[in-house]
Ligand binder design. Structure first.
Ligand code: PLP
Length: 442
């Protein structure tokens, strides 16, 4: 029986984000509960979570340790201002996180979302060059198809037309590298494509165009997430790193999706052995339980900004009312402990080949034109219906939801990124259900 207390009787007031509001409100899909690998829908069905919520609930849902930590913190101290005052959990969390970051990414600035983390990192890059006396470095280079959240900084360096076209001018002084993906040569590559690293060299063209002395930073997702799961070709990120180094340009990895075990290592930086100067994170930081993001800065970036300021001065005029919110910190400390105790990052790494094999089993199934995967992420690209881009994948999404599986679609690409606690049986279930739905889809 439906619990009517969970069924709002008027859907008009809530303006939903990134949602076809009118379509949704005609046929709502309501979630009312979540435990481990499953959501519960308002009509009482169990829905297997193939997306860790929105790439974030890496420890699975309703984890007792995290819930209790949030409850305890709410009781002990609900809120503490983060400017000129601190609280122990923020410092403890930053220390624990610095321990798992690759290289000397030892300094953590807390935000409330990935979008804020991106804007924070862009500001840090500008402040870094200014502190070095290189005030002319004010431009940013992003990449086509990049998704870096929805702040004005993020949509400017981002490369998704739909996210920009309603919003007039963006940041000036931004250019974009071409995308590396080529379906003809890369389709159905397991893991990192063997070809395509040379596309990184196109960065040199933009440097020649703008002059290195004007460029503050390059920002990329090490694995493209929101635009449809595209894995960087072998050697591509190394090349970007080398080019940035050669020209004194900072490299920012946006690890909002790839961070915290998604690729089978703590971070993409570990997985690909490339250390960025700034790393943006959010989502898995506290397993999606309380809004939180974080930017990690290397010693050199942090020290240049902080030690470059006069004694007693605020070194970075930036921060949020809810930076290092006590509930978010408590949740993150607990989530990180779950990750550690249950070795969830390693677990994702161990499952990677099983997952990849299962995903690639969709090769040859109706409409499937590419399968991309790495760690516990997969993108399944479908051929669009003539004249109706995105419709086929959206129909699969609706059908999957009805049948008890949560997937995500972007255009005609299905994106999967389950909690890292997923079992092999549940992996089989996801791909068997998808296969069945695809075969039955026009
Ligand atoms: N950067 C990347 C790579 C993302 O995938 C996302 C969200 O999906 C963001 C930034 C924005 O994060 P948020 O939605 O928390 O602002």
């Amino acid at each position: 029986m439906t619990d009517v207390s969970h069924t709002p009787n008027d859907l008009a007031a809530y303006w939903m984000p990134f949602t076809a509001n009118r379509q949704f409100k005609d046929a709502p899909r309501m979630l009312v509960g979540a435990k481990d690998m499953h959501y519960t829908s308002a009509d009482g069905r169990q829905i297997l979570d193939g997306t860790a919520g929105l790439w974030c609930c890496n420890a699975g849902h309703g984890r007792r340790e995290i819930v209790e930590a949030i409850q305890k913190q709410a009781q002990q101290m609900d809120y503490a201002p983060p400017f000129q005052v601190g609280h122990p959990a923020a410092f403890e969390l930053a220390s624990r996180l610095a321990e798992i970051m690759p290289g000397d990414l030892n300094h953590v600035f807390f935000t409330n979302s990935g979008s804020e983390a991106v804007d924070t990192a862009l500001k840090m890059a500008l402040a870094y060059h200014l502190a070095r006396g290189d005030a002319g470095r004010v431009k940013f280079i992003g990449r086509e198809k990049g998704y870096h959240g929805v702040g004005f900084g993020g949509i400017s360096v981002g490369g998704l037309g739909n996210n920009r076209k309603q919003f007039g001018n963006q940041l000036p002084g931004v250019d974009h590298m071409p995308f590396f993906y080529d379906q003809e040569t890369m389709a159905f590559s397991p893991g990192q494509p063997e070809t395509g690293a040379e596309v990184a060299d196109k960065l040199e063209n933009l440097i020649a165009l703008h002059d290195a002395s004007t460029i503050a930073a390059v920002i990329v997702e090490p694995v493209v997430g929101s635009a449809g799961v595209y894995v960087s070709p072998k050697g591509y990120l190394d090349r970007l790193r080398k080019i940035c180094d050669a020209h004194g340009i900072l490299l920012i990895f946006d690890e909002v999706i790839t961070g915290f075990g998604r690729l089978g290592r703590a971070f993409a930086g570990n997985k690909f052995n490339v250390i960025a100067d700034l790393v943006t994170t959010a989502k898995g930081l506290n397993s999606g339980t309380v809004p939180m993001g974080a930017v990690f800065a290397r010693d050199g970036v942090h020290d240049t900004i902080v030690n470059g300021a006069p004694d007693g001065a605020i070194e970075l005029f930036h921060g949020y009312t809810y930076s290092a919110h006590p509930l978010a910190c408590a949740a993150a400390l607990a989530a990180q402990k779950v990750y550690r105790d249950e070795k969830l990052f390693e677990r994702a790494g161990e499952l990677e080949s099983y997952w990849q094999h299962a995903a690639l089993s969709l090769k040859g199934v109706a409409h499937v034109v590419d399968v991309r995967s790495i760690g516990l992420v997969a993108g399944i690209e479908l051929a669009p219906r003539p004249g109706k881009p995105g419709q086929r994948a959206f129909d699969v999404f609706i059908e999957a939801f009805e049948k008890g599986l949560l997937i995500r679609t972007t255009g005609d690409i299905i994106a999967l990124s389950p909690p890292l606690i997923i079992s092999k049986a549940e992996i089989d279930q996801i791909f068997a259900m998808l296969e069945g739905i695809l075969k039955a889809t026009a």
